[in-house]
Design a protein around this ligand. Structure first.
Ligand code: NAD
Length: 290
């Protein structure tokens, strides 16, 4: 029986620590950290993600500013809002929920966010820093959350075969850079990979981030592997991951559940990035140190 990597309880513990840290800022007479969350349109899944992020902020004492724009928002209007938020000294982090409606150029929007406020870590400057081996900038939240979860359970990717299934911009790509920084031997599979099982069966740590329910069955994993399931899909009204949890858990050493694994760690990583942005900002403008 596998060890269940409990992202929910680890998140709870880290969030308590963040809450205490925010209380110390306030005791020192500093303002609260603040995150601006921008949602364009009415996509129901995005609405849920945004609500979760906002609630998580408020619970730890981070101020959440919410900008909900209509589906037909023009590219220039969104750029204008971001310019205002970039200039606002009381805004530490800016999160634009993806995906954006098709009339908006997503790449240009991400690039318009000040790298020092880019708590999602998607700006080319932050992505580039990660790729160059530096973690001074912001690491995208899902890869960062996975890294923290692995560390908590003393799972060291150094020298391990890490296979990532899914090469998306949000998870797979930055995660491959992060795992390389951890000195893993990284394989990345995607939709054009001829036979993913060639790579997944070699994995000491297998991370799946495709959104294809049940893609990873017990035949695709190595005995005693560690399996991280990033996928989130809805099947018959139920949230499921990429991994056939019940059969895979019998074969592996450790596995994340869905829900309750990577999801809460992603939101926790966002809170950590926001506090990091806040500290850098307050250090640079205040004589009181956080
Ligand atoms: P994406 O669409 O950007 O990327 C999906 C990747 O999976 C692509 O590289 C694609 O080539 C690959 N892929 C698709 N089908 C495949 C198959 N049959 N075999 C091999 N590779 C395949 O998606 P994303 O934004 O990276 O998200 C991936 C999944 O992770 C989604 O289910 C998403 O909801 C979930 N997600 C979860 C969290 C979390 O916090 N748990 C955060 C972000 C994304």
């Amino acid at each position: 029986m596998a060890l269940i990597l409990d992202g929910r309880s680890l998140s709870e513990k880290i969030r308590q620590e963040i809450k205490k840290e925010v209380e110390v800022f306030l005791q020192k007479g500093l303002r609260r950290p603040a995150l601006a969350v921008v949602l364009v349109g009415d996509d129901p899944a995005s609405q849920i993600y945004v609500n979760n992020k906002r609630k998580a902020c408020e619970k730890v004492g981070i101020k959440s500013l919410y900008y909900k724009l209509p589906q037909n928002t023009r590219h220039e209007e969104l750029l204008e809002l971001i310019a205002q938020l970039n200039a606002d000294e009381e805004v530490d982090g800016i999160l634009v929920q993806l995906p954006l409606p098709e009339q908006i150029n997503q790449r240009e929007i991400i690039t318009s966010i000040l790298p020092s406020k880019d708590v999602d870590g998607f700006h080319p400057e932050n992505m580039g820093m990660l790729l160059s081996g530096s973690e001074e900038g912001f690491i995208p939240c899902t890869p960062l959350g996975i890294d923290i979860l692995l560390r908590h359970y003393n799972i060291d990717p150094k020298g391990a075969n890490v296979t990532i299934v899914g090469a998306g911009f949000i998870v797979g790509r930055p995660l491959s850079a992060l795992m390389l920084n951890r000195n893993a031997t990284v394989s990345v599979c995607h939709i054009y990979t001829r036979d993913i099982s060639v790579f997944t069966r070699e994995a000491d740590i297998l991370i799946s981030a495709t959104g294809v329910p049940g893609l990873i069955d017990k035949e695709k994993v190595k005995e005693g592997a560690i399996v991280i399931d990033v996928g989130i899909s809805k099947v018959n009204g139920k949230i499921v991951g990429d991994v056939k949890f019940n059969e895979v858990k019998e074969k592996v050493k450790a596995i994340t559940p869905v829900p309750g694994g990577v999801g809460p760690m992603t939101v926790t990583a966002l809170l950590l990035n926001t506090v990091k942005a806040y500290k850098k900002r307050v250090y640079s403008i205040s004589t009181i140190k956080p």
